[in-house]
Design a protein around this ligand. Structure first.
Ligand SMILES: Nc1ncnc2c1ncn2[C@@H]1O[C@H](COP(=O)(O)OP(=O)(O)OP(=O)(O)O)[C@@H](O)[C@H]1O
Ligand SMILES: [Mg+2]
Length: 340
């Protein structure tokens, strides 16, 4: 069952997976579990925009994959009672692509741009006047007769999402009135999400099983839901369909997801730092070559959780393994490992 976790972590979705996610996606703010402060602020801004009949300020959501950025964009449109037009940074290749979309919106609509860090610079700059003055200048004709005309746009709300906020230019970031970072969820919140999902899927999930799965979901709703789906299959085939703690533990051990939610790649990373580089410090690109994974994926997908749980730390000289990493691998930081 190698690689189960890497598929659980992937932000790529096959059509069936996408349909499954859609089914479990909350559509109202009240169903959105956790992220209490973000929710509270949004509910105030949304209510104010509604009372004043104005468009909501532009919003930027950033943070690791699977934490609810796309979900929030759609919730905002739903709560405002407006349409949401979905696009993404790489899809907007030329300023003309953006102009086409912007002119098709109605007052108050939400324009959702996913992966906004991949927006070409020329399109980003073109977006500035749209965000600020709700106008665009377009150039008519070519050559000496070329002239530019101002086109006014509907009062739209841009909702942008990114896993790489650091790649956005300060000028762009400053144009968002609302910018919220989504953080990993507590095991309790993930448990609540699992209970909600199990109800929607009509699968019986015991309290103890839910808590067990929650603890191994890396604080990430998408991973929790994907694990639930796989364990549901396991329960159906190997048992009577109910997800009890025993069933969950058997499935999780088959999928090689340990009690911290770490999978094979995480362990490879830890073992590399500990064994090949004596605990570090070691640079990201060196780790990447050693474990055979892309450096960007390690930095974006694996490392944040390993840091969050205190298995590795970042230093100016590179990554180091913490005593907890040694303990988890059953080794001692001082000498040859117990299980070597
Ligand atoms: N707070 C939440 N409450 C309940 N379910 C949630 C919550 N956040 C996310 N989910 C579930 O997790 C899934 C993934 O969320 P979403 O697609 O919004 O993540 P994302 O941040 O946009 O990820 P990516 O960066 O990969 O695009 C959704 O289908 C939704 O069902
Ligand atoms: Mg998304």
């Amino acid at each position: 069952m190698g690689g189960v976790l890497s598929r659980l972590l992937s932000s790529e979705r096959e059509p069936e997976e996408a349909r499954f996610e859609e089914r479990l996606r909350p559509s109202r703010l009240s169903e959105f579990v956790g992220q209490r402060r973000v929710k509270e602020k949004l509910s105030i801004f949304i209510e104010a925009a509604r009372v004043r009949s104005e468009a909501l300020d532009h919003c930027l959501f950033y943070g690791p994959s699977g934490l609810g950025k796309t979900t929030l964009a759609h919730i905002i449109a739903n709560e405002l009672g407006v349409s949401c037009c979905d696009t993404s940074g790489p899809a907007l290749e030329k300023p003309g692509d953006l102009a086409g979309i912007l002119t098709s919106l109605s007052d108050g609509d939400v324009l959702f741009i996913d992966e906004v860090h991949r927006l070409p610079r020329a399109v980003e700059e073109y977006l500035y006047s749209a965000m600020e003055d709700f106008s665009l200048s377009i150039v008519l004709d070519k050559g000496p007769g070329a002239r530019s005309v101002r086109l006014s746009l509907p009062y739209f709300t841009l909702v942008a999402a990114t896993t790489r906020a650091g790649l956005l230019s300060p000028a762009f970031r400053s144009r968002f009135g609302i910018a919220e970072r989504l953080d990993y969820y507590s095991p309790e919140d993930i448990h609540r999400i699992l209970i909600r999902s199990a109800r929607i899927l009509s699968v019986e999930l015991t309290e103890a099983a839910g808590a067990e799965i929650a603890g191994r979901s890396r604080g990430t709703p998408r991973i929790a839901n994907r694990l639930l789906r796989r364990i549901r299959d396991f329960a159906l085939v190997r048992s009577d369909g109910r997800i009890t703690k025993t069933v969950a533990l058997d499935a999780l051990s088959l999928f090689q997801i340990d009690e911290f939610g770490l999978g094979e790649m995480d362990k490879r990373i830890l073992v590399t730092i500990v064994e090949k580089f004596s605990g570090g410090p070691v640079g990201l690109s060196t780790i990447a070559v050693s474990v055979g994974e892309d450096a960007g994926t390690i930095e974006e997908v694996y490392e944040p959780y390993l840091i969050l749980r205190g298995f590795i730390a970042r230093t100016p000289k590179g990554r180091i393994a913490t005593p907890l990493a040694y303990k988890h691998l059953g080794r001692s930081p001082e000498g040859p490992g117990l299980f070597k």
